[in-house]
Design a protein around this ligand. Structure first.
Ligand code: 13P
Length: 170
């Protein structure tokens, strides 16, 4: 469990290093294998201060289990994705400049490159706008994600999923 908490922290750090998020933005989660629990980054903690001890445990229903800090404001979106997709073991959310530009324009990304289909599974759709953590955002995101590996969030950023943190980050 400590190892998975550290991996959640490491992948949030990678999102920063690659410029997919800045300052306090973004969140990362991973399903604890063979349980209905999820590890998720805490809300609004600077990456320089984030350690494995800050990672919060919630259930796939979005209920708090354990942690010294409040979970990400998007924890319920992560939880809803795990409920809808048994194949998903990790979720990463960022605001990369390109994805955010397309999300603001409301432009989906068609599978225009050869590796798009194996990596993403089809078109990256745009989920309708909803305030952070709102039911509209949660339901719209799960629907627009469908069975694929990525979705744009209108006026916001992107979410990517995978069977583990490596795949979701990729
Ligand atoms: P949290 O710090 O609550 O995870 O929120 C960051 C974010 O990117 C919201 O979209």
């Amino acid at each position: 469990m400590e190892e998975l908490k550290q991996a959640v922290v490491d992948f949030k750090r990678k999102l920063h290093e690659r410029g997919h998020i800045v300052a306090l933005a973004g969140n990362v989660s991973a399903r604890i294998p063979d349980t209905d629990h999820i590890l998720v980054t805490p809300s609004q903690l600077a990456i320089e201060r984030l350690t494995a001890a800050d990672v919060v445990t919630i259930t796939v229903d979005g209920d708090f289990v354990d942690g010294a800090r409040p979970p990400s404001s998007e924890a319920r979106v992560h939880a809803a994705i795990y409920r809808a997709r048994a194949d998903v073991g990790a979720v990463v959310h960022g605001h990369s400049p390109y994805a955010t530009a397309l999300a603001i324009l409301g432009r989906k990304i068609e599978p225009i490159m050869d590796e798009f289909l194996p990596y993403v599974g089809g078109t990256v759709e745009v989920a309708p706008f909803g305030m952070s953590g709102s039911p509209a955002l949660i339901e719209g995101t799960v629907e627009a994600l469908g069975p694929r590996a990525a979705v744009l969030l209108r006026q916001h950023g992107q979410i990517a999923v995978g069977k583990n943190l490596e795949k979701a980050f990729q």
